[in-house]
Design a protein around this ligand. Structure first.
Ligand SMILES: *[C@@H]1O[C@H](CO)[C@@H](O)[C@H](O)[C@H]1NC(C)=O
Length: 183
């Protein structure tokens, strides 16, 4: 009887060790974790964080946590854009103090999940092996989302006077160092 028992145990161990690694990150777990990392969060904030953490989970990156100072900063910048809705960064091109992804959508219905999936969609242009982006494409929004050393985010969404949507997310520590891989 003994060898059988060992065999069974062995198979069980192998199975239970190998299956979690094959499993895709499950959205309910990531949602719960995001909720815990988003203290006092409601509505859009949690949507922004959850969407980011799903993208990171696919790369086995630690989840980001929501930061109210970053949120305040993002809200301030979104407020500045309310009247013109220009897809414009809050920092000069060569001096980003924080990571920053921005989004502009025609019409008022675009959600935080839409913005994050548009950014994350750039993955198809990015080649990890050479750490390059396809010519004529942008990959920086995606690489900021999955940047390993980034820990905190804060985002804001605003419907501009024109009826279009502007969204902005800030990331700390800042990612996208030239010549460095995101993960
Ligand atoms: C997780 O995914 C399932 C299936 O796509 C969906 O029904 C469910 O609402 C999702 N849960 C969350 C928290 O997004």
């Amino acid at each position: 009887m003994r060898p059988f028992w060992f065999l069974f145990l062995f198979i069980t161990l192998v199975t239970s060790q190998s299956s979690p690694a094959l499993k895709k990150p499950d959205n309910e777990t990531i949602y719960k974790v995001s909720k815990q990392l988003c203290w006092g969060c409601i509505g859009e904030s949690l949507q922004f964080l959850f969407a980011h953490n799903m993208v990171r989970a696919y790369k086995w990156e630690l989840p980001l946590m929501w930061d109210s100072d970053l949120e305040k900063y993002a809200r301030w910048w979104a407020g500045q854009r309310k009247s013109d809705c220009k897809a414009q960064h809050s920092f000069p091109e060569d001096d980003f103090k924080l990571g920053e992804n921005i989004y502009w959508g025609s019409g008022s219905t675009w959600t935080p999940a839409d913005a994050v999936s548009a950014w994350a969609d750039e993955e198809k242009y990015y080649t990890y092996l050479t750490n390059t982006c396809e010519v004529g494409q942008v990959c920086g929004h995606y690489t900021q989302i999955v940047w390993r050393n980034t820990r905190r985010i804060g985002c804001a969404r605003i419907v501009c006077d024109s009826g279009d949507v502007f969204m902005t997310c800030n990331y700390d520590p800042v990612g996208n160092y030239v010549g460095e891989r995101p993960y």
